[in-house]
Write a protein that binds this ligand. Structure first.
Ligand code: NAP
Length: 292
């Protein structure tokens, strides 16, 4: 298959690049809006329909893995139009273009499509109710993907981290080394996702065949941001930073976040026979790589 990977320079995109090397049975076309020096990839702005059409046609693309996104959740509150273009319009364009050719698409979405009032893990068919610009634009993106490409999978994930880019794990390691005390929210509960594990799930779906629909994927387990920070510091060997639990209202942010956004992964596990790693095991693996 000829596979187009958008947003190849992001967290998930970088992990997809690594997996691509281990899966040489496909041909990969790496793209992003900005390509760093040294990376063999093409510039493709996923919000530009004519460019997407030309690229997909010229390279005879069979499948698109959309890792491109606007992920600055707080900034999105005052930057709605750009966020909408990238998170809603671009997935719609990609889906329409590949759908017309009879191809397939894997699109990545978020736990922030839920309002967080559940007390048990969210299943795919449960009512969505995003309460941030980011969540609203991602949900609208899901709908556009489903309308444009019938052979599409939407994988909602949560609390993504990796050795690449900026993320919570890297920030907590940096702050843990810089500060003697740190306040972290303890009343928002979810599950972290190591981007490498998500990339493996995506590659499994490609290799076993796309079964259209919405899926949930994160690591196993349940934790608060506060407990996650304590684990990050313990595993990273940070001993001189006291971590204090904060209520959400003690740490005001521009965007509202769900208090509970644990995702139920039964569907993806049953459909693809995926063994999902426990969050602490994956965190340990990521921190070991960061320390290398
Ligand atoms: N990060 C999380 O905690 C989290 C949680 C839940 C779900 N997700 C979802 O998981 C997916 C992957 O997230 P991630 O953390 O890997 O994202 P990321 O690191 O922010 O990567 C996104 C990539 O897309 C690129 N991009 C932006 N606008 C583009 C455009 N118009 N055309 C092509 N590429 C464009 C970005 O470039 P620039 O950096 O230059 O803008 C970046 O390289 C996204 O769908 C995200 O919504 C993420």
């Amino acid at each position: 298959m000829n596979i187009l990977i958008t947003g190849c320079n992001g967290q998930l995109g970088n992990e997809m690049q690594l997996l691509a090397k281990a899966n040489p049975q496909h041909q990969y076309f790496l793209t992003d809006i900005i390509i760093p020096e040294g990376l063999k990839a093409s510039v493709l702005d996923a919000t530009k329909k004519e460019d997407v059409e030309k690229f997909v046609e010229e390279n005879n693309i069979d499948c698109i893995v959309n890792c491109a996104a606007y992920t600055a959740v707080d900034k999105a509150e005052s930057d709605k139009s750009l966020c909408e273009k990238i998170n809603t319009d671009a997935p719609g364009i990609l889906a329409e273009v590949i759908g017309k050719r009879g191809g397939s698409m894997i699109h990545v979405s978020t736990d922030y499509v839920f309002d967080g009032t559940n007390h048990t893990p969210y299943k795919e068919e449960q009512a969505t109710c995003p309460n941030s610009v980011y969540g609203i634009t991602k949900l609208a993106g899901e709908k556009k993907v489903q309308a444009g490409c019938k052979n599409s999978m939407i994988i909602r994930t949560a609390w993504l981290y990796s050795i690449y880019g900026n993320n919570f794990v890297k920030t907590m390691i940096r702050l843990g080394k810089e500060k003697s005390e740190l306040g972290v929210i303890f009343d928002q509960i979810g599950t972290p996702t190591y981007a490498r594990d998500l990339a493996v799930a995506i590659m499994t779906a490609i290799n076993k065949g796309i079964v259209p629909g919405i899926y949930h994927f994160s690591n196993e387990g349940v934790i608060s941001w506060y407990d996650f920070t304590k684990a990050i510091h313990r595993i990273a060997g940070i001993k001189n930073c006291k971590v204090r639990p904060l209520h959400t209202d003690e740490y005001p942010t521009a965007a509202a976040r769900p208090h509970y956004s644990v995702l139920d992964k039964t569907k993806i596990k049953n459909t693809y026979g995926i063994e999902v790693p426990y969050w602490e095991d994956s965190l340990t693996e990521c921190i070991a790589l960061l320390n290398k």
